[in-house]
Ligand binder design. Structure first.
Ligand SMILES: Nc1ncnc2c1ncn2[C@@H]1O[C@H](COP(=O)(O)OP(=O)(O)O)[C@@H](O)[C@H]1O
Ligand SMILES: [Mg+2]
Length: 366
């Protein structure tokens, strides 16, 4: 179902994105060992990756790095997330043979089948030695093993005293493991770059080549077809006006479009776009509120831009008026950079603006 609110996992459920699937395949076959898959929230990154992994036939593990937060970004957490991903992989039964000789690996048996555990206290086996085995596996089969990490910007929290710098692992793999490829994805594009630091001489990944796929929103025509097709699947036929209104308001972001479709089908009513918009704005507002808590100017900056004050001096003047005090240029600049890094704002020709209309609307309410 096109309007299923979860990330899609197969071509049958995924609308279009044929070009993107093909590009990913080319990157894997001919490109760099590091592939980045980028785009704003709800554009369909997770759906694209899961579909690609399921359809392309490469051996892979899929990790959602947000899971690391549950374990306080600890080493135990990293090992846990790895062992879960390996246990769930499409080729688990075959890679067991490659992993079981490693010190610290424990193959477990339960009602649901086999599992795998690592002795994280002793850091055995090391993450790189696990990757070495996966590389062997792929080499023996003349294929690539895809280590896929969604929300990869979260890996930056692993850094620090007595922790693991995941970039070191990637750099080692890049240099030595010919049949391993990393696919990293994330909405917070700037944060991902800040973490990977390809341009910083002291970064383990300095100067490494990467391939980049940027996922764009649907065009107006694609959005219309998306809604028409989804409603057709559900046996409903909305009028042209209904579709056009939704498409205008939801701005080509698949996540919002499918959310509208899902609600309309569920309530058997098309006339709910305002309600859906309201829910979407609330969701965005929740996210903005989290950001606002981290600094005293964010609220004013976001509001100023939402109200149309988009260049530096207008933003600065608004913030100063609303806070009633002088604002330090450097702090204001850093705040704007952070909002760009979080993929909330973009900057073009010295004008700052929201990337997603829904976030602009949400910001008017903060
Ligand atoms: N190409 C697509 N076809 C159908 N549904 C999609 C497509 N892209 C995204 N969606 C839907 O939009 C929502 C957000 O997609 P998701 O893959 O989670 O985005 P992201 O990972 O970029 O935040 C999900 O409900 C998903 O089912
Ligand atoms: Mg996602």
């Amino acid at each position: 179902m096109l309007f299923d609110p979860r990330p899609k996992e197969s071509r049958r459920e995924l609308f279009d994105r044929e070009k993107e699937l093909k590009i990913l395949e080319e990157f894997v076959e001919k490109g760099s060992p590091i592939i980045l898959c980028l785009g704003v929230r709800r554009i369909g990154k997770t759906s694209l990756l899961k579909t690609f992994l399921n359809e392309s036939g490469y051996p892979y593990i899929f990790i959602n790095a947000r899971k690391l937060s549950e374990y306080g970004y600890s080493i135990a957490g990293l090992y846990r997330v790895f062992s879960e991903a390996i246990a769930q992989t499409n080729v688990f039964n075959r890679i067991i043979d490659y992993l079981k000789g490693l010190r610290g690996v424990n193959i477990t048996v339960s009602g649901v089948g086999f599992g795998i555990e690592f002795n994280w206290r002793k850091r055995e086996p090391s993450i790189t030695s696990i990757l070495e085995r996966l590389d062997h596996y792929a080499k023996d089969r003349e294929t690539y093993f895809l280590v896929t990490i969604d929300e990869a910007q979260e890996l930056r929290f692993l850094k620090g005293f007595n922790k693991i710098d995941f970039r070191e692992i990637m750099a080692y793999s890049y240099d030595n493991l010919r049949n391993i490829k990393f696919i990293l994805s994330g909405s917070e594009i700037g944060l991902l770059y800040d973490f990977l630091e390809f341009n910083n001489y002291s970064s383990p990944l300095y100067g490494r080549v990467r391939d980049e796929l940027i996922i764009e929103r649907f065009s107006k025509e694609e959005s219309i077809r998306f809604l028409e097709k989804g409603f057709e699947e559900a046996g409903m036929k909305p009028s042209k006006e209904v579709i056009e209104k939704a498409v205008d308001l939801l701005d080509g972001i698949p996540g919002w479009l499918s959310f509208y479709g899902y609600k309309a089908v569920q309530m058997k009513n098309f006339d709910i776009i305002d309600k859906v918009l309201e829910e979407a704005i609330q969701t965005a507002l929740d996210e903005l509120n989290k950001i606002i808590k981290t600094g005293k100017y964010y609220r004013h900056i976001l509001r100023a831009i939402a109200m149309g004050y988009k260049n530096w001096s207008l933003i600065k003047r608004s913030v100063e008026t609303w806070t009633g005090s002088h604002v330090n240029n450097k702090i204001l600049y850093n705040n704007l950079v952070r909002l760009i890094n979080l993929t909330i704002l973009s900057k073009e020709d010295d004008r700052y603006d929201f990337i997603d209309n829904i976030y602009r609307e949400a910001a008017k309410r903060i």
